[in-house]
Design a protein around this ligand. Structure first.
Ligand code: AMP
Ligand code: MG
Length: 437
């Protein structure tokens, strides 16, 4: 069990900046999960446990980068101003061993990817030479200054040298990484097992979709959106459903989650009106601290370790992320803090959202002293003063509960802590929702 007390940063009542909160959350986290061996097909999105050391040179032999004629480039140094005439000793094909002997002053016709015959270090592309045949004999004429010694030859090990790491420990495996592992002959990789994350919604007013909605109630949308966000991270989601605002029910849910999962994500119940009994409950279950972060939306949330058993056993705690209930605030705090925290618990380095800079399509009012996340559409303008430029335009109502505007957006426009108002055409930072891989 960690003995982490509330960080000095959060002991007082002032608001943390988003950057301070992010650092303080990441600081105590360590990888939480063991390992398993998986086939390449199963390993996509998993975290590599150890450096993958190349068992061979890639490419395995010096080979030709061009279709052309290979020869010993030493002859180029004899008289650089003279054309070179070489007799052709044979042909080297890709995928075949070359067995002919090559005498001094001879060239070999060579295909792209074919192994360089011993002693030959230079390839002249076929389109840059002339050939002459005389009976069965073939000669190639290389005009002066066409190639330099060593050109158009790929060196053995130039992509990857034998014994060097091809992929680093902690790598979140992408499609190209699986290809790289395959190119080295690996059929299986040792990866971290998937992180298990419990997901809980709290609130007496919440009902499950698919059921009737009594007066005064709303459907639980956070579990649907947070489960999606969690699945995109490749974690195993343990859906613990709805929990009413009753201390005994909450305690049972948190205890069960802490016993079975590596992390617990909840939404609701941490705002000022409800925080007191949650605070009291969480102080009994672990060392969860309440956080006030200077951000909009998404201010109130709680974070910290939960003990795995009432007695407090050894080993890793389960980390609680108690997010605000407002649907947009819940997702924004997830992207701002929980995403990277789960990456670290899963054994990968924290990878901040890829921030791009585009031009703001419109003026935006903002006061320094907090970070604002606005729902925005990033697009290439087809007309107007910014025609042809990539811009971000704020979409719909920015109320913390209004999911529709988040659904319409394709990015979050992030106005940093120190940032003031923005003029139309000024660069702003955006976090795109979808990436390439
Ligand atoms: P809370 O943080 O519990 O005070 O909730 C803040 C607001 O978010 C209230 O209007 C709640 O009804 C709403 N809310 C809380 N949890 C959810 C949820 N799971 N789905 C939709 N709305 C929610
Ligand atoms: Mg509530």
């Amino acid at each position: 069990m960690s003995t982490l007390g509330p960080s000095p940063l959060i002991a007082n009542d002032r608001h943390l900046s988003v950057a301070q909160a992010r650092e303080a959350i990441l600081a105590p986290l360590r990888p939480a999960v063991g390992t398993e061996a998986l086939t390449l097909a199963e390993a996509l999105g998993r975290v590599l446990v150890q450096d993958l050391i190349s068992p061979m040179n890639v490419p395995p032999h010096d080979n030709s980068a061009m279709d052309g004629y290979a020869f010993d480039g030493a002859v180029l140094e004899v008289d650089p101003e003279a054309d070179l005439t070489l007799s052709v000793a044979g042909t080297a094909y890709a995928g075949q061993a070359f067995t002919l002997a090559v005498a001094a002053g001879q060239a070999v016709r060579i295909m792209t990817g074919a192994v360089m015959p011993p002693g030959l270090d230079t390839v002249v592309p076929q389109e840059l030479v002339k050939t002459e045949s005389e009976g069965a004999a073939l000669r190639v004429i290389v005009p002066a200054r066409t190639v330099k010694r060593g050109e158009n030859r790929r060196r053995a090990g130039e992509d990857l040298a034998l014994g060097k790491p091809a992929l680093r420990a902690g790598r979140l495996l992408r499609p190209s990484d699986l290809g790289l592992a395959a190119s080295l002959g690996f059929a299986e990789l040792t990866v971290r097992r998937r992180l298990r994350v419990a997901l809980i919604s709290t609130g007496d007013e919440l009902r499950n979709p698919g059921h009737p909605l009594p007066e005064g109630c709303i459907y639980d949308s956070n579990r649907a959106s947070l489960a999606g966000a969690l699945r995109r991270l490749g974690v195993e989601v343990v859906d613990q459903g709805l929990v009413p605002d009753q201390p005994a029910a909450l305690e049972a849910a948190f205890t069960q989650a802490a016993a079975t999962c590596d992390a617990v994500v909840t939404s609701g119940g941490v705002s000022v009106g409800e925080a007191d009994y949650t605070r009291e409950l969480l102080s009994r279950l672990g060392e969860v601290a309440f956080w006030k972060v200077a951000m909009r939306p998404g201010r109130p949330f709680a974070f910290g370790p939960l003990r795995r058993a009432p007695s407090g056993d050894a080993g890793e705690p389960a980390w609680l992320f108690a997010l605000p209930g407002n649907p947009v605030a819940a997702l924004v705090t997830f992207y701002a803090f929980v995403r990277e925290a789960l990456q670290v618990l899963a054994g990968a380095p924290a990878e901040p959202p890829m921030a791009l800079r585009v031009k703001s399509a419109e003026a935006i009012r903002k006061r320094p002293g907090r970070t604002e996340f606005q729902r925005a559409i990033v697009q290439r303008e087809s007309e107007g003063p910014l025609a042809g430029e990539w811009t971000a335009r704020i979409t719909g109502s920015q109320g913390a509960g209004i999911l529709r505007s988040l659904s319409e957006a394709n990015a979050l426009l992030v106005l940093g802590h120190e940032q003031g108002s923005v003029a139309a055409g000024e660069p702003v930072e955006v976090w795109m929702f979808e990436g390439l891989v």
